[in-house]
Design a protein around this ligand. Structure first.
Ligand code: NAD
Ligand code: UD1
Length: 331
């Protein structure tokens, strides 16, 4: 299939482009590079040893999107492009609502105009809010605490309504848990700007000596050791989940958790990182981070049952591959 990947120069998008190319699909990327670099597209081509068409463009620009649909006979769209920093979304709600929602509306409209019936959307476990773990797709969604999370819940709703009204439009909504790790080549991975907010990139920067020590946000949660529990998933497993979702896409709306089903606490992750890489990660316990929940992990059985997909890479592989990418990067 010819797949349009929006946000394909980004962290998850680039790994998914590699997986798509390796599975025999053709890929066009549309990305405005607001949170990524052009070189990543070259690295994708290098890893897969295949060509990719790259459009440096904003997917909130309806005319530019139309040109892409005119230029290619597109079979499906995977829509990764979006702003994703939770804290920033509280400061800049208009930018977040505009970018994440308008891009989805414009792409869905182009799909209907050009009879492109396959649409895969990047959602997040954040839509579950502070529900009871494990999170299963049938749970009623609880309010999220920030505009970023709201954009994901709203886009899910918009795509569901469009699919109801247009029976041939097939939508797969993928709720990611906590993507970490990097391609085993060490060529592509997550390179956040500035001081990272998320745990794994913070840990790798402490290990490298760029940051002094990890601050563990709270050790009084009702979890195995009092620290927050999350479902970390290797980004290459996540990428393969997209290929499976696309291959199995049938009419209607299908929602899948993409996680391992396994919870790991902050201190368990730090231990795994130290073991995997034989390196010390200094840390201190500090207050809880506002807005955090105690535990978040997936019931991943629906994706296994319907897509034949499960995550294969364990926490040690996630830590090893994250570290390899960090040590490969020049900064
Ligand atoms: P990322 O920032 O690395 O990638 C997003 C890409 O989209 C970037 O390359 C950016 O330049 C591009 N982009 C943003 N707005 C655009 C626009 N209007 N037009 C064109 N390109 C645009 O982020 P990621 O971690 O790869 O996340 C991809 C998707 O998955 C996002 O929608 C994100 O919300 C969602 N998601 C991510 C996580 C996570 O922890 N990384 C978790 C759940 C969901
Ligand atoms: C974050 C996002 C969420 C997104 C998810 C997946 C926030 C508030 N939420 O959630 O919307 O869907 O990533 O990408 O950013 N931790 C520390 N010290 C740190 C960093 C984190 O102890 O320096 C702890 C956190 O308290 C948490 C765990 O590590 O218990 C994971 O944190 P993080 O990587 O930020 O992910 P989430 O909180 O799950």
């Amino acid at each position: 299939m010819n797949i349009l990947v929006t946000g394909g120069a980004g962290y998850i998008g680039s790994h998914t482009c590699v997986a798509l190319l390796e599975a025999g699909h053709s890929v066009s990327i549309a990305d405005n590079l607001c949170n990524s670099k052009r070189e990543t597209v070259d690295k994708v081509k290098l890893i897969a040893n295949k060509e990719v068409t790259f459009y440096e463009m904003d997917v909130t620009n309806a005319e530019a999107v139309d040109v892409v649909f005119q230029n290619h006979k597109i079979d499906g769209v995977i829509h990764f492009a979006g702003l994703k920093a939770v804290g920033e979304s509280v400061e800049l709600p208009l930018d977040y609502y505009y970018n994440n929602i308008v891009s989805t509306l414009i792409l869905a409209k182009a799909c209907l105009k050009y009879s492109v019936n396959k649409f895969v959307f990047s959602s997040s476990a954040t839509v579950y809010g502070d529900n009871t773990v494990p999170f299963v797709e049938t749970l009623n969604l609880l309010p999220t605490t920030n505009p970023y999370g709201e954009t994901k819940a709203m886009c899910e709703r918009i795509l569901t309504d469009i699919a109801k009204a247009n029976p041939s439009f097939s939508v797969s909504i993928l709720r990611y848990f906590n993507p970490v790790g990097a391609h085993e080549s060490g060529f592509i991975g997550e390179a956040p700007n500035g001081i990272p907010n998320n745990l794994m990139p913070y840990v790798t920067q402490v290990a490298k000596g760029k940051l002094k020590r990890l601050r563990v946000f709270g050790n009084d949660y009702p979890t195995v050791d009092g620290t927050g529990v999350r479902d970390y998933i290797h980004v290459v497993d996540l990428a393969e989940g997209h290929v499976a979702a696309l291959d199995h896409l049938t009419e209607g709306v299908h929602i899948y958790n993409l996680g391992t089903g396994q919870g790991t606490s902050v201190l368990e992750l730090v231990n795994a990182f130290e073991t995997a890489n034989d390196i010390n990660v200094p840390y201190e316990i500090v207050d809880r981070r506002p807005g955090d929940i105690a535990s978040c992990y997936a019931d991943a059985s629906k994706a296994k049952r319907e897509l034949g997909w499960t995550a294969k890479r364990d926490i040690i592989a996630m830590c090893r591959d994250s570290w390899r990418f960090e040590t490969n990067s020049k900064e």
